[in-house]
Design a protein around this ligand. Structure first.
Ligand code: GMT
Length: 379
């Protein structure tokens, strides 16, 4: 198949999934064209089946800001016509699915309907729960869902949320997030990594996100401040975003700054996960929670919330603990249970690795291939 992929290139789960999917499809022999504003952060080196088309929006004094969605639509149409794409896979309803829909109209206008590509849209979470829930975007997101040829959501939770918010005409399939367990596996020789990070023999907690309000960074810090009262520990904070500044201030004011390392956006997180004993992810709700799955693949038990998609792949008291959002006392108590009992932590760690294997990239990519085939079979 010839597949176009359009996604957010920035640090985040939807871009990671879209890029890993594209790379895996290319390894399976498909031709993949990424059509993006910038190269996605996990694209890495090129392969002969992968092509990348950068979208450059026009700057014109009359426009307050460049019309990226329209430039994206024009680029998708151009690539689809000249490369004869079978499928355009939009990751995130806005702008990618809407731009793909507009691109299809451009192609139909120029060629014939028969020559047109199918649109597959994957909903990742905040496109529905944050962007789509905003009244200014509701109609646009609903159209993006209904006019796609096929729609997937990354969890049962997200499917239900989408149905409740939009009552879409289009049926929504669930294809979960995935992880390449060959790449995401715990490194054994971790001493050089610990040394490079200046770590001693303390316990390591980790949090990875885009530091947006939904991630509840303050709960990460509050939980960690209770942990560090009882056990020698360092908190690795990976990623960046709007709440980082407040987080830095909070850790200084509350006297834990010397135990907290703000590492910023780091693409290769496996070395960091390999030195970690515990992941803290106290989000309000994650549609899936890819960072937790990647941590589990590296043998890191997780403290997460009993909200959104987490309960669909994380079993309480087996892979970590599911706690109500905001209950930092319980998060700290459960974290300490694990950090102070190495035998228990190791049992959870092994169970995490086993669970992550059920989300191996090859199985989920096969589901996407079958999904594309079904779209191509429809009139
Ligand atoms: O907020 C993020 O974590 C980024 C966001 C994105 O769109 O890049 O992630 C969403 O998509 C991921 C991949 O499908 C999911 O694993 C995340 O749970 C989801 N984030 C939220 O629902 C908050």
């Amino acid at each position: 198949m010839k597949i176009g992929i359009s996604c957010h290139h920035t640090y985040g789960g939807s871009g990671a999934i879209a890029t890993e999917l594209g790379k895996a499809l290319a390894r399976n022999g498909h031709i993949v064209h990424f059509i993006n504003r910038a190269a996605p952060f996990r694209l890495g080196s090129f392969s002969r089946n992968i092509f990348y088309h950068e979208v450059e929006a026009m700057h014109y004094p009359l426009f307050e800001c460049p019309f990226h969605s329209l430039a994206l639509a024009s680029k998708i149409a151009e690539v689809a016509m000249y490369e004869k794409l079978d499928i355009v896979h939009a990751h995130y309803a806005i702008p990618h699915a809407l731009s793909a829909i507009l691109a299809r109209q451009m192609v139909e206008d120029k060629c014939s309907k028969a020559q047109c590509f199918r649109i597959a849209t994957t909903l990742h979470g905040t496109d529905i729960t944050v962007v789509g829930a905003d009244s200014s975007m509701h109609g646009a997101v609903r159209l993006a869902i209904n006019k796609s040829d096929g729609v997937t959501a990354v969890s049962g939770y997200l499917k239900r949320e989408t149905e409740a918010l939009f009552e879409p005409r289009r049926a929504i399939e669930v294809i979960a997030n995935f992880v390449d367990t060959n790449e995401f596996s715990r490194m054994t020789d971790v001493e050089p990594i610990r040394e490079q990070l200046g770590l001693g023999g303390e316990k390591i907690c980790i949090h990875i996100s885009n530091f947006r309000p939904v991630k509840r960074i303050s709960d990460v810090l509050k939980t960690f401040s209770r942990i560090v009262e009882k056990v020698s520990a360092t908190l690795l904070l990976v990623g960046d975003g709007p709440d980082r500044g407040d987080a830095e201030t909070w850790s200084r004011v509350h006297g834990i700054a010397e135990h907290v390392r703000f590492l910023g956006k780091i693409d290769d997180i496996v070395p960091l996960l390999s030195v970690s004993d515990l992941m803290l992810m106290p989000s309000n709700a994650e549609s899936f929670g890819l960072a937790a799955l990647e941590a589990m693949a590296c043998g890191v038990p997780v403290i997460v919330t009993d909200a959104g998609g987490f309960p669909e792949f994380i079993v309480h008291d087996k892979h970590g603990y599911l706690v109500a959002p905001g209950n930092v006392d319980l998060m700290a108590e459960k974290s300490l249970d694990l950090l102070l009992d190495e035998e228990l932590r190791m049992r959870f760690s092994r169970a995490c690795v086993e669970q992550a294997r059920k989300y191996h990239i090859s199985m989920l990519v096969e589901q996407y291939e079958q999904f594309y085939s079904r779209l191509l079979d429809t009139e």
